[in-house]
Design a protein around this ligand. Structure first.
Ligand code: ADP
Ligand code: ASP
Ligand code: MG
Length: 426
């Protein structure tokens, strides 16, 4: 007997008919002899709807009240799943964030889980009850509802799996695993048997939203065994215990898997895109020590994450242009802050562009193979795609391009790195 945490995302929970299918998958998992806890998302589109209500009610909304509103989507689906499981003859009950409890820090709308100590939930599972836990939500030290940031149910699931010392955390979604790139963009994307924590962390952080970045970091830290798999399956589908999806594994385990399957490690594991950044150019910044610090200090103080940075060649003596990217949602704030500091920084013009996309290639194989970046630049150049900025890390190369060229760039790179599936387009 194992203890399994099963997480179902928004499309899997979209409506009572889908919830019935989820309940069947959960029932089968329990019938295979396991203790089961389920973490659920709100129905697809529901959180967006609730966020819009908050914006309409008060554009400068109080994050604590925002959390009260947006956390409600998961309360609905957890109750509905418990009811549906009961209708199938299973023992099940919901455990809301404050009941479990899932303690978080107080940062509303982007809270981090502090600790989950849930002896009652464990006792209930040991009595054969299925625990149904709303994802995305927790409770702050002062007893108020918090949420974990968009896509946060993945993190709830991994945190619950770590706290319950689960044998596996199965993340059920609308694709049957982690692919070499978003299968909705590239029909020839290939499903991966396994991806390392390190690669998945990079992929998620540069836009592969199949897992929330924080959930991968937590799984890596806590050594949680994660499988990504589809909830859109028939009754005769391969059981989750036989690992039909993609496993997120340590580097050592990856070596074993490669050895067993007689496969070679690819230099590039995956390609991701992100359309949620915006570019800012400050022209004619004084080219002297401290100038760049004057730009980035106020942004850091306002918790605005700066991603790519280029300092262009000085146009005139003693002056230079500085280009960087920030999350699109933070662009108005960043612009206002920079205008405010205009005299300290001493720039001439501020030019912004949110019609951009970041394309990234990721792979542990890059550590030992040169030429990954040049393949990328050549493939994009051959299709006339202009690169506006570049950043690299040990296992990643990212470029900034025009948003209209996103799909083309991802497809071209997928082919250039030899990742296309043979014939049988997915
Ligand atoms: P859920 O609602 O289940 O949390 P998400 O929409 O958050 O699902 O994540 C699943 C989606 O992630 C897929 O539908 C797919 O379009 C997208 N995706 C992006 N990159 C990848 C990738 N490399 N492999 C698989 N799916 C990906
Ligand atoms: N419902 C939340 C969201 O849409 C959390 C999640 O689905 O992971 O962001
Ligand atoms: Mg998700």
């Amino acid at each position: 007997m194992a203890r399994i945490v099963m997480k179902f995302g928004g499309t899997s929970m979209a409506g009572t008919e889908r919830i019935r299918r989820v309940a069947n998958i959960v029932r089968r998992q329990q019938a295979a002899g396991h203790e089961v806890a389920v973490v659920v998302s709100a129905m697809a589109g529901e959180t967006d709807r609730l966020v819009n209500f908050c914006r309409e009610a008060n554009p400068l909304y109080d994050p604590a009240e925002y959390d009260v509103v947006v956390a409600s989507g998961e309360q609905v689906t957890s109750g509905l799943l418990a009811l549906t499981l009961q209708s199938l003859g299973c023992k099940a009950r919901s455990w809301l964030g404050w009941q479990m409890p899932i303690q978080t820090i107080e940062a509303h709308a982007k809270a981090r889980i502090d600790c989950i100590d849930a002896p009652e939930v464990v006792a209930s599972m040991q009595r054969g009850e299925i625990a149904v836990i709303p994802g995305f939500q927790g409770i702050s030290e002062d007893g108020r509802i918090t949420t974990l940031g968009r896509g946060g149910s993945d993190t709830s699931a991994v945190a619950v799996a770590a706290a319950l010392k689960a044998d596996r955390c199965d993340i059920y979604t609308d694709v049957d695993g982690v692919y070499t790139t978003d299968p909705r963009i590239v029909a020839k994307a290939r499903k991966q048997k396994a991806v390392t924590y390190e690669e998945m962390l990079e992929l998620a952080s540069v836009g592969a939203k199949v897992l929330q970045t924080r959930s991968v970091g937590l799984a890596m830290k806590e050594g949680v065994r994660v499988q990504v798999l589809s909830s859109f399956i028939d009754d005769d589908a391969t059981p989750a215990d036989e690992l039909p999806g993609t496993l997120i594994v340590s580097d050592e385990e990856m070596e074993e898997i490669l050895k067993d399957s007689d496969m070679e490690r690819q230099h590039v594991t995956g390609i991701a895109h992100d359309k949620n950044e915006a570019k800012i150019i400050l022209t004619r910044v004084p080219d002297k020590p401290g100038a760049v610090a004057h730009i980035f200090q106020p942004l850091a103080q306002a918790s605005i994450n700066v991603d790519m940075i280029i300092q262009n060649v000085g146009r005139d003596k003693g002056e230079t242009d500085v280009t960087f990217t920030v999350p699109q949602a933070d662009l108005p704030r960043a612009q206002a802050l920079l205008e405010d500091k205009r005299s300290d920084i001493g720039f001439n013009r501020i030019i912004t562009d949110d019609h951009i996309a970041k394309i990234s290639v990721v792979g542990v194989g890059m550590k030992s193979h040169a030429g990954v970046a040049s393949t990328m630049f050549k493939a994009l150049a051959d299709r006339g795609i202009n690169i506006q900025a570049i950043t690299t890390s040990e296992i990643k190369v990212s470029v900034l391009i025009d948003e209209d060229e996103t799909e083309l760039a991802v497809r071209v790179l997928h082919t250039a790195y030899g990742l296309d599936a043979e014939d049988e387009a997915a």
